[in-house]
Design a protein around this ligand. Structure first.
Ligand code: DUC
Ligand code: ZN
Ligand code: ZN
Ligand code: ZN
Length: 483
């Protein structure tokens, strides 16, 4: 039994060409002209691309006194509906909890996933146990470790803990990730704003200015360089952070930045909306920025100084958001976007001429597959690879609304916006999950994707060690003291 994707234009990160694709047994078995098979999917007028990979989701995550309401089942359904065929979620131990214990919890939650998934491991506390367990985590196929530089008193790690963990990552061939915001300063600004009577959601943005992100990004880059390890900066939202990443790249450091589709499209004016619910639903960290920062993020994607577009999908219901009525610091931080990332990036990026279709594939799929060491199993259209594919119709449009979304959240931060460019078919390991717009995804179809440690060649080319390694000065005589 084989399925033929017929008459489309294949678009990968580096090639555009016309060919049919044969899919059998969950993988691509043939690419070429005039293929025939048992089932034919008409891709005429469409682009056939590697399915999107969203490397930044928080599904069913305990956070800020509640749980992200999007489940692995609804979240991956939303992903597939929008052409994303893999998510990488964060296994998050509570401080004091073992890492392997957290993996068990995430294994249980993810059994209902409709598409493939992998995990990053969050380092939320530090001890000999954590040091030792990091090796087990890597052996289990989880080779990236996330560090929160914010959320003081909860998830935040200090510089000494970060340096120890980054050094351990270097030993294990693992990749450290950072949520880069100066958590001490955020906590201070939050307290001041509250004391001055600023309790509304707009104060959330005032408590997390671009400077706290720029400072932390630069600090994390320097710490990573001293540990001799590459660095991936999640949700890069502002020019201060982008600038630090750009400078690091220019200096030969392996550092990657990840803007979110929300930051690329929505801006800080959302927090000025007189409707409390409207503003609170858009509270996330880092907050939305000004148009100037937005332009900088687009420029970074064009220049290649920013590498991946993700969502940080961490979705709460309106009722959950209302936990923060009267105190903005208690509004659960997070927004959704899994379903809309590809259509929105196409509409605002490709249709406007900012990105080429090949660049679109690079930043939504291929780059992260390479960074996370799962290329070309994921992120490519090649014979032998997983048939995670999106057949994308650039002429098909819709108005985004929560009424028709797969996500179980009662609103959508892009509500009312038009997109042009939607999946006609989506295949997850060869199985058709979206058939001409109709959702056919099956709970439990998704598999965990283990990842191998990076080869030494992928490690950071730190100049710090050679330049400042201590060299003892041999002296022949001891100078006389006193006169
Ligand atoms: N930011 C959010 O807005 N939500 C989840 C975690 C994070 O860093
Ligand atoms: Zn995060
Ligand atoms: Zn974060
Ligand atoms: Zn996140």
């Amino acid at each position: 039994m084989s399925t033929i994707i017929k008459g489309g234009t294949i678009v990968t990160a580096d090639l555009t060409y016309e060919a049919d694709v044969r899919v059998a047994g969950g993988v691509i078995t043939e690419i070429g002209p005039d293929l025939t098979g048992d089932e034919v999917l008409d891709a005429s007028g469409c682009y056939v691309m590697p399915g999107g990979i969203d490397p930044h989701t928080h599904l069913e995550m305990p956070f800020m006194g509640t749980y992200a309401a999007e489940t692995f089942e609804s979240g991956t359904r939303a992903a597939l509906s929008g052409g994303t065929t893999m998510v990488v979620d964060f296994a998050l131990p509570s401080p004091g909890q073992g890492l392997m214990d957290a993996i068990k919890m995430w294994d249980n939650k993810s059994t209902m996933a409709t598409c493939d998934y992998s995990f990053h491991m969050a380092i939320t506390w530090w001890s000999e146990q954590v040091f030792n367990e990091m090796k087990e985590v890597v052996d289990r196929g989880i080779t990236s470790f996330k560090h929160f530089m914010a959320y003081k008193g909860a998830l935040m790690v200090n510089d000494d803990e970060m340096f120890a963990s980054f050094t351990r990552c270097a030993e294990l061939g693992a990749l450290p990730l950072v949520h880069a915001e100066n958590g001490d300063i955020v906590a201070d600004l939050q307290a001041r704003l509250l004391a001055e009577g600023n309790t509304g959601p707009e104060a959330h943005a005032y408590s997390r200015p671009p400077e706290v992100e720029g400072e932390a990004t630069n600090r994390a880059i320097m710490i990573a360089d001293m540990a001799g390890v590459p660095l991936y900066v999640v949700h890069t939202s502002c020019e201060q952070s982008h600038e630090a990443i750009r400078r690091a790249k220019q200096n030969g450091k392996r550092v990657w930045g990840e803007p979110l589709i929300q930051h690329l499209v929505l801006d800080e004016s959302e927090y000025q909306n007189p409707d409390w619910d409207h503003a609170a639903r858009r509270v996330m960290s880092p907050p939305f920025r000004s148009k100037l920062h937005q332009d900088g993020l687009w420029a970074g994607l064009q220049a290649g100084t920013l590498s991946v577009v993700a969502t940080d999908h961490c979705a709460f219901t309106t009722e959950q958001k209302r936990m923060g009525l009267g105190d903005f610091t208690k509004i659960p931080n997070g927004t959704g976007g899994l379903e809309d990332r590809l259509p929105m990036l196409w509409t605002k990026g490709v249709a406007t001429g900012r990105l080429t279709p090949n660049e679109f594939v690079a930043v939504t799929s291929t780059n992260i597959a390479k960074i996370l060491n799962m290329y070309p199993k994921k992120g490519a259209v090649l014979v032998g690879d997983d048939a995670d594919l999106v057949v994308f119709d650039p002429e098909k449009g819709k108005t985004i609304t929560a009424d028709t979304q797969q996500s179980i959240i009662d609103y959508n931060v892009f509500e009312g916006m038009e997109v042009k460019g939607l999946p006609r078919f989506v295949l997850t390991r060869g199985k058709v999950a979206v058939m001409d717009g109709e959702m056919k995804a099956e709970a439990g179809h998704g598999d965990f994707v283990p990842r191998k440690p990076h080869q030494p060649v992928n490690r950071a080319l730190s100049t710090w060690k050679e330049l400042t390694a201590p060299r003892r000065v041999e002296r022949s005589g001891i100078p006389a003291t006193g006169v």
